[in-house]
Design a protein around this ligand. Sequence first.
Ligand code: HH2
Length: 268
Amino acid sequence: MGVVNVTPDSFSDGGRFLDPGAALAHARRLIAEGADMLDVGGESTRPGAAPVDEAEEIARVVPLIEALRRESAAPISIDTMKPAVARAAVAAGASLWNDVTALGYSPDSPAVAADLGCQVALMHMQGEPRTMQADPHYDDVVAEVVAFLAARAEAAMAAGVKREAIWLDPGIGFGKDKAGGPPEHNLALLRGLDRLTALGFPVLLGVSRKRFIRAIDPAAGDPDDRLGGSIAAALWGAAKGVAALRVHDVRETVQAVKVWNAIDVVGE
Ligand code: HH2
């Protein structure tokens, strides 16, 4: 899943693709590089990010989704917490609602997801983006994240979302590990991915360019400098059976997964 952020302030590529032409060119490039799906977002969820008005978010993402739909069959995911944005994006051609609030932003979200009939990715986050890195706390991060996602999947199904439509995501970097502290929560979640895949839903994993890489390698201060760590964590996810990797560097990740797969097949 290749990331297309149509935002002025995303943590790794904010502002680069706010212009519709630049966003479309970037999306085309990710498809050419081997992305099986594109994740289009019009609101940054990085720690401290300011919320975006619904109409503004729709104006950022819908023209891009429409343009992509005209020229490519690649599935499109909409990265939004707002039901109205998901509705507009699905009408424009998106087929997956990627919600970092696991359909928890609005009481209407589960019913809207059921009504849209699209796929839904439910992600775990502690707190909300503005403050989530201040002081996250867990007694047992893996157990709490797995229990939360299982409960959100139940809530989605109770509202009418089909079981086959649900993806789960542990939300690496979302209310995990105090800013500047050791990466304990994120690493525990990566180590414990088996316990999430055991729920039987496809798992989506977003490790690309995230801050926990800098916590391990302080030389990786700039998000663009985190490719090696991103690929290492992506391959770990692949080994644990995740169904999709949400990445900024599609070409490099596709190559890494291909090589890893080739070795794994020979090894069987
Ligand atoms: N990470 C980001 C955004 N959306 N969605 C899911 N399901 N999983 C993730 O790990 C995830 C996500 C953060 O990355 P990015 O889009 O590059 O930054 P920003 O939120 O600042 O736009």
